[in-house]
Design a protein around this ligand. Structure first.
Ligand code: RNT
Ligand code: ZN
Length: 422
């Protein structure tokens, strides 16, 4: 049997199997095709950017591995991202950091970046028909070297970072306007202390004030959406993180901002999935930084595991997809970087498909009836339903390789392009 026929036949059987449970696979695929995942630029070049500065990002971020082929220029990064997009079903987005501007080999201060430094990205995104997301870069910089930015005790350094973030919001809004889809501009700062602080209050109150300055200018939500991202700890900031979860939860609630939840930013036994229906009682929407911590916030490539499935299930069962911005956040330099993007994005989409195909209305009916036995039994059986056949069909329908066939394309790209970058 021809591969295409085989995929279609398997799908027909799967569709019938799901229909018997009251699940409409066509509807699930339609929903899936409307979801946009923001592919983070920093997996492609180990968070280096194009300022031509230091090797390591700092700010408590650590990229490990020395796989050949890191993108060194905007053109290389765009080519690599395009390759990844061609292997991921659906239409998605690209998430830039401020250090990825095109500065033409000149030193441009972070508080002097302009829209023109991102024209190349906007033109590229327009050609691909995708949206862009954006982030100020408050790390990898001499004025961030002592571990403080927006909460810095020195007023002039604080000012510098405030101005940087203000510029980023405006650039984000211009991107959103140009591309006809709002840019999510996400503020994360590394501020914190390695050892026991004597004053936890001062930096937090300074951060609060600085953020209000950053967000002072109203921008249309049709062009720019602000998000804030908290964290538990970073390397070198083990004892105190100024912008911890509770800080930003309060900030987002009181200011009506999007709250960014990063899967690596909580105590390892905490579940990000369980936070979704809590915070969405109060904040207008969330940005997800889907990541995978192994023992700590290690930012491993996302795979389909229980944590990821739980996130997808919450989004689907809580009907939160329209209030959620999906983004990836990991960086692994020990494997092919294009493959890392493809694995992470396909895994997230696959988990979402799994959740869309579950007969969860039945679980909820059983739950209401107090039948927890039936609920657990059905949930467990659902894991073995033929969702792989539906996924394969979706990939074929979207014109991307089915199954592991994408790997051959990445290997060919590695040989023809990445290996030439020594
Ligand atoms: C850091 C945050 C943040 C960064 C990017 C590079 O812990 O997760 O999202 O990963 O801004
Ligand atoms: Zn993150």
């Amino acid at each position: 049997m021809k591969p295409k026929k085989r995929v279609e036949q398997a799908y027909r059987l799967a569709r019938e199997r799901y229909a018997a449970l009251g699940v409409d696979t066509e509807k699930a695929l339609k929903t899936l095709s409307q979801l946009r995942v923001s592919l983070h630029c920093w997996q492609g070049d180990d968070v280096r950017g194009f300022e031509g500065g230091a090797d390591a990002p700092g700010g408590g971020l650590a990229v490990t591995g020395a796989y050949p082929g890191r993108a060194r220029t905007p053109d290389e990064l765009r080519a690599d991202a395009e390759k990844a997009f061609s292997l991921i079903p659906g239409r998605h987005r690209f998430n830039l950091h401020a250090i990825y501007g095109e500065f033409g080999g000149r030193k441009v201060e972070r508080n002097e970046i302009e829209l023109r430094h991102f024209r190349g990205w906007i033109d590229w995104a327009r050609q691909l028909g995708i949206g862009l997301d954006f982030n100020p870069t408050c790390f990898a910089h001499p004025l961030a070297a002592d571990g403080f930015t927006l909460s810095h005790p020195d007023r002039s350094i604080r000012r510098y970072w405030i101005e940087h973030c203000q510029r980023c919001r405006e650039i984000g809004a211009a991107m959103g306007r140009a591309l006809g889809t709002p840019t999510v501009t996400n503020v994360w700062i590394p501020d914190g202390m390695k050892d026991l602080p004597a004053d936890r209050r001062g930096p937090r109150e300074r951060l609060l004030e600085a953020l209000d300055e950053v967000f002072r200018k109203p921008l249309s939500p049709r062009h720019n959406l602000d998000a804030v991202e908290g964290k538990l700890f970073g390397i070198g900031a083990e004892s105190y993180t100024v912008g911890m979860h509770e800080f930003y939860l309060g900030y987002a609630v009181s200011r009506g901002k999007l709250l960014c939840l990063d899967a690596g930013h909580y105590h390892p036994t905490e579940s990000l999935a369980d936070k979704i229906s809590s915070v969405l009682c109060y904040v207008p929407g969330i940005l997800l930084h889907v990541s995978r911590g192994v023992r700590w916030d290690s930012d491993h490539v996302v795979i389909v595991n229980d944590d990821l499935l739980a996130i997808a299930q919450e989004l689907v069962r809580g009907r939160y997809l329209d209030r959620t911005h999906l983004g990836l956040d990991f960086f692994d330099a020990s494997i092919n970087r294009v493959a890392a993007w493809v694995i992470g994005a396909r895994s997230l989409l696959r988990a979402l498909l799994f959740a869309l195909l579950e007969p969860w209305p039945q679980y909820q009916a059983l739950e209401r009836a107090g039948d927890y036995t039936g609920r657990l039994a059905l949930m467990e059986e659902a894991k073995h339903l033929p969702w792989g056949a539906v996924w394969d069909y979706y990939c074929a329908q979207q014109g991307v390789p089915v199954g592991e066939a994408w790997l051959e394309e990445v290997r060919a790209y590695e040989n023809q392009v990445l290996r030439q970058r020594q």
